[in-house]
Design a protein around this ligand. Structure first.
Ligand code: GUN
Ligand code: FE
Length: 427
């Protein structure tokens, strides 16, 4: 049991921030919060207190959760953004992912990837690896060693991509089961079923992956309705299907309320209704959507319909691992959508976007992403004194707003995941 003292700011609900100045958060030996309040409760008076905010500019927020990111695209981060999705995949992304047949290459990129998630304050992530089982297991090991949380996906793809990036529908089941065994002893790392997207997966691949997800009660992640050419292609490949999402549903990939779908820039009508019925979580990836010119997802509409929306960096379609920047882009792009739709669709507020990156994204991992009793203590200590050295009078809320727009890894002074302080991972 540990008692932390500090200035805590979080979002229990999307509507507003809550804050506790010079308050106490008690965390049990499993890393779960048992008490949040202005005083130390009776019985704990003599326990030692860990002071998280000794400096004037320090406060504590929930750690970031990145619900859509491609580890093998890390080397391409911040470059090769001059094409739309489909030619981008063929020209830049598939050739880079092919290199992960080499475990030494995977080790060098994946260790840097995990290090940089850590650096940017992302303590949990839902990650696409590649088709390569050895490299994918290595990625899981790196998260486990770092003490960070992850869902790791061995990617299924067997059509419309280079020969060396295809795996076989009849071997993927055994490979996923092997990954489940590999992650079994890892407390914060587990397996997620990961068909790349409909154009790259034959019906056989999709149905086997759906079966594996159901038999092993695994969550599912994929891409959905990101780009207009992609959507037209899916309509051609699956002419019987009423929508793109219905293809995943037909193969049992949306049945367990634990499916996360990235993008959904053009999801509407029947597709949106299906996502709602199946309790699919939409992962909004604003940096990627602007870089690849995909569009602006109607996030307000999703939220109004009761669909959960979390955020993803989608590196390397997205150019930044920092979830502060992803929150910032989510707000800014939704303001553009608001302006372009005659101000009919109210834009995302700061607390809504922050809530998406913390409590909504965290819900994939259990009770994660908030400072409430029962939640895992995943936290970042922020020191913004370098951003506001001339003025110590900012309120906690103003500080969080400045964090989203101005802070980077230099302002993150400590990181906690499941109650444990996470040291700098070794590359
Ligand atoms: N659709 C299929 N694969 C990908 C990918 O790697 N990135 C993005 N943004 N969309 C995809
Ligand atoms: Fe993606």
């Amino acid at each position: 049991m540990t008692i932390y003292k500090g200035n805590f700011v979080w979002t229990s609900s999307p509507k507003q921030f809550e804050s506790l100045e010079q308050g106490y958060v008690i965390v049990d030996d499993k890393g779960v919060i048992s008490h949040v309040g202005t005083h130390i409760p009776p019985g704990y008076e003599n326990a030692p207190v860990v002071e998280l905010c000794s400096g004037a500019g320090e406060y504590v927020i929930p750690a970031m959760n990145d619900l859509h990111v491609h580890a093998p695209q890390y080397r391409n981060q911040g470059m090769a953004l001059d094409l739309e999705l489909l030619p981008w995949l063929n020209t830049y992304t598939f050739p880079e992912e092919s290199k992960f047949s080499d475990p030494d290459y995977a080790q060098s990129i994946y260790s840097r990837f995990v290090y940089n998630l850590w650096k940017n304050g992302t303590m949990r992530a839902a990650v696409f690896a590649t088709i390569h089982p050895e490299a994918t297991k290595l990625l899981a090991t790196l998260f486990d060693r770092a003490g960070m949380g992850a869902y790791i996906g061995l990617v299924g793809m067997d059509r419309n991509c280079p020969q060396e990036l295809r795996n076989e529908a009849n071997t993927i089941e055994a490979q996923i089961i092997d990954l489940i065994h590999h992650t079994k002893s890892m407390p914060l790392v587990s397996t997620i079923v990961t068909p790349r997207f409909v154009p790259a997966c034959t019906p056989t691949m999709l149905s086997i992956m759906g079966k594996v997800a159901q038999e092993h009660h695994l969550p599912v992640q994929s891409h959905l309705s990101e780009n207009k050419s992609e959507i037209a292609w899916v309509a051609q490949l699956e002419p019987e299907s009423p929508s793109y999402a219905h293809v995943y549903d037909k193969y049992g990939l949306m049945s367990d309320s634990s499916t996360i779908m990235a993008h959904c820039c053009y999801s509407q009508g029947e597709e949106l209704q299906l996502l709602r019925q199946r309790h699919v979580m939409i992962i909004h990836c604003p940096t990627s959507n602007v870089n690849l010119g995909s569009g602006i997802a109607p996030v307000r509409q999703f939220i109004d319909q009761g669909i959960r929306v979390a955020l993803g960096s989608d590196v390397s379609g997205g150019h930044q691992l920092s979830m502060f920047r992803v929150i910032q882009y989510a707000i800014q792009m939704s303001k553009l959508k608001w302006a372009f739709t005659d101000k009919q669709m109210p834009y995302l507020t700061l607390s809504e976007a922050f809530h998406a990156a913390t409590k909504v994204g965290g819900s994939l991992f259990g009770k994660v992403g908030s400072f409430e009793p029962g939640y895992a203590f995943d936290a970042l200590v922020i020191d913004d004194s370098a951003l506001s050295g001339w003025d110590k009078q900012y309120s906690p809320l103003q500080r969080v707003e400045r964090c989203v727009y101005l802070a980077d890894d230099r302002q993150i002074v400590r990181r906690y995941c499941q109650g444990r302080e996470i040291p700098e991972p070794q590359i």
